[in-house]
Ligand binder design. Structure first.
Ligand code: NDP
Ligand code: GDR
Length: 323
């Protein structure tokens, strides 16, 4: 029997890859589409699936719109990915971030509880929960210490998801995903900012790359690999929480070197450190332990950082050429 998935945040990086993955599995896929002045389907178009998805008007801030959408779509699985997802903006728009990224989760849980508590739900939790690191490698047991309004909002969502599972027996799982990137990453995130700028520099359209803290370390994987883990979590016998990561960590500086090397340039000739780009509080290092996901989900990352960054620079070189 055909299963139906409902994705919030379908126009984002993960929403697009997940929709493609589920369509290939034979799912009927519907997505929540918040009102914007211009339609924002470029990622779904890039993956050639924009016409295969059903769209439902609605916004995670508006519970009534979620209830209507869930009633109309009748999903077996809800993937809640919608968020104000940029950590940097969360200090500039903390209240909006708390409402969208935090309260939005509660609205989705309530919509499911109201319409059909048997619907399975995936919550997009984040390695940002760990923040000020308590253990060198972070697992499902590592204590949280959020360091931004974004991370505090995600903490609320994480615990609400766990509480609805324990209070109402709902099948609601948290994926604690470490950073994952792709050619569909937003330009404000550091990997894509770097790969896009490298492509512009290579084409002679830009002279420098301005960054903030290049000593921060991240555990970067490929979004295309990570959406499979989201799906696997909802195919288990019982709901649970899982760390999804590669188990390796790299500085922003080293990631830059990989990107510039690909086009035969030395990053030190172009990099400018801009104090304006430092954050009010930083998450210095993240390194995830995906052992539980490997053991229980049979999930492993397939794409290494060098391959990922090369894929992103290549896609940006093509885009800059066509622009
Ligand atoms: P994106 O920023 O690319 O996508 C966010 C999505 O949320 C967009 O489709 C956006 O729509 C939608 N959205 C924003 N506000 C609302 C709203 N009020 N109502 C409905 N939809 C809304 O994020 P990613 O795809 O990278 O991430 C997906 C999820 O995973 C997010 O929750 C993020 O916080 C989390 N996460 C991401 C990680 C990563 O490394 N990518 C790691 C860990 C967690 P629009 O574009 O129209 O605004
Ligand atoms: P992050 O991703 O905050 O980890 O959140 P981002 O790519 O924005 O930053 C990673 C690290 O790079 C440093 N940095 C810069 N970052 C940006 N964006 N721009 C710069 O110019 C720059 N210079 C240095 C940052 O200080 C930081 O240390 C992402 C998001 O996808 C979240 O939604 C998700 O939850 C987490 O990953 C896991």
């Amino acid at each position: 029997m055909t299963k139906t998935a409902f994705i919030t945040g379908i126009t984002g990086q993960d929403g697009a890859y997940l929709a493609k993955f589920l369509l290939e599995k034979g799912y009927r896929v519907a997505g929540l589409l918040p009102r914007r002045s211009t339609r924002n389907l470029w990622r779904l178009e890039y993956l050639n699936i924009a016409d295969e998805v059903e769209y439902r008007d609605g916004d995670v801030l508006d519970l009534s719109s979620l209830i209507r959408a869930v009633k109309a779509v009748k999903p077996d699985e809800v993937y809640h990915l919608a968020a104000q997802s940029f950590v940097g903006s969360s200090w500039e728009q903390p209240i909006l971030t708390a409402e969208v990224t935090g309260m939005g989760v509660l609205h989705v849980l309530e919509a499911i509880r109201e319409v059909d508590p048997g619907i399975k739900m995936y919550q997009a939790s984040s390695s940002e929960l760990y923040g000020l690191i308590q253990e060198p490698m972070q697992s499902e047991q590592t204590p949280f210490y959020p360091r931004s309004p974004y991370a505090v909002s995600k903490l609320f969502g994480y615990w609400m998801t766990k509480n609805y599972r324990e209070s109402f027996g709902m099948f609601a799982s948290n994926g604690i995903l470490f950073n994952h990137e792709s050619p569909l990453r937003g330009l404000e995130f550091v990997t894509r900012k770097v790969t896009h700028t490298v492509a512009q520099i290579a084409a002679g359209r830009k002279k420098e790359l301005r960054l903030g803290n290049i000593h921060a370390k991240r555990d970067w994987g490929f979004a295309g690999d990570y959406v499979e883990a989201m799906w696997l979590m909802l195919q288990q016998q019982k709901p649970d929480d899982f760390v999804i990561a590669t188990g390796t960590t790299t500085t922003v500086e080293e990631m830059c070197r990989i990107a510039f090397d690909y086009v035969g340039l030395d990053f030190q000739d172009y990099l400018v450190i801009d104090p304006q780009l430092f954050r009010p509080a930083e998450v210095d290092v993240l390194l995830g332990n995906p052992a539980k996901a490997k053991r229980e989900l049979g999930w492993e990352p397939k794409t290494g950082l060098q391959e990922l960054i090369h894929m992103m620079v290549e896609a940006d070189l093509q885009r800059v050429k066509q622009a």
